[in-house]
Design a protein around this ligand. Sequence first.
Ligand SMILES: [Zn+2]
Length: 419
Amino acid sequence: MTQRLYREDPYLLEFDAVVVARRRHQDRPAVVLDRTAFYAESGGQPWDTGRLGAVSVVAVIEEDGEILHVLDAEVAGDRVHGRVDGPRRLDHMQQHHGQHLLSRALVEAASARTLSFHLGVEEVTIDLDRHVSEDELRRAEVRANEIVWQARPVSVREVTRGEAESLLAGDIGRLHGGPAPDERAQNRSTRALEGAGDRVRLIEAQGFDLQACGGTHPRTTAEVGVVLVVGHERYKGGSRIRFVCGRRALTAMHRRQRVLDEVGAAFSSGLEGLPEAARRTLDQLRESERRGRDLLDRAMESEARRLLAEAGGVPAVLARAYDGWTAADLRALAGHLVALAPSVALLGSRADKAYLVFAQSEGLPHDVPALLRDALTLVGGRGGGRGNLAQGGGDRLEGLDAALANAEQTVRARAVGGA
Ligand SMILES: [Zn+2]
């Protein structure tokens, strides 16, 4: 049984130990020590990293009652000097204790209980048993920070399981002002005690929060620095809260500040004016788009009038190829043509591919989809349509002129034949 030095002193980062067993874990060497300051992952808090002698400790896990220090190479000798990565340990202490404070503040402010806790690489999340409003959440955030600023002592004690159960039940009952804790809260407090054996470790932020927990915690709440909620969303009938504490809060603020500075420079606006500047720009963009569509439509109409004036004949037969037009442009022009005068529009474009749009005015006799099908064989494409409008496109741009000429010939032949 390894002596867990971090339980007595979470600030201890260096220690000497004896290797009592050698194991393997997922193709890596691992050792069990007689004593360790390395925290093994549990209860939502990740493992410590660091070094044993000259080799790196890449993971620390509990497996079959043993604490395995998973290494990147075999460690030589049976006596080792361990060094825990200090900044990582401090970070975990800040996040984990901050979680205790925020969870308790959410019980006070919103009667919301924490069901699970995850300490991620960037953010920390807790899942709550009920949905909390923005208002409740901000109240809890302020309360948690007040407890941080009061630098309340954090104490650790071991009690029997029975003592722990009654202390935690009484604590929850008191905090809720009700006579009995509800079932979920009870489940949570007993779940925290599962696997704890007969001795239970209680962490208390003086006069504020009491929890059964095996994690590493600071001497006072002040070391948490700050508790900053960075987001929340509905999750499984409750809420998921994302937050960061201590140095992570500073990093998160810096990152947001950089983004805001960049966006502010792009909009030539200070922080307060940014939402309005963004709204105004979007409004202008929508107005420009509307105006663009309007101008395009007018241009298409005047192009249609020009073509009809040139063509003469009733009905007019108009075969034209354009460069770079989209299929939508061709459709718009064809729409104006067949609406303005009895006409057959056989339009094509050489763009990223060859586009064809064929249309005729109401009451004209041509089989427009059949005309298009024939034309498409020359541009190697696909398409279709119904009634008076058909469109398609293919990759063989060089076939476009012939496709339009053939279609025009077919239409004129039928008009002359009077069929
Ligand atoms: Zn904890």
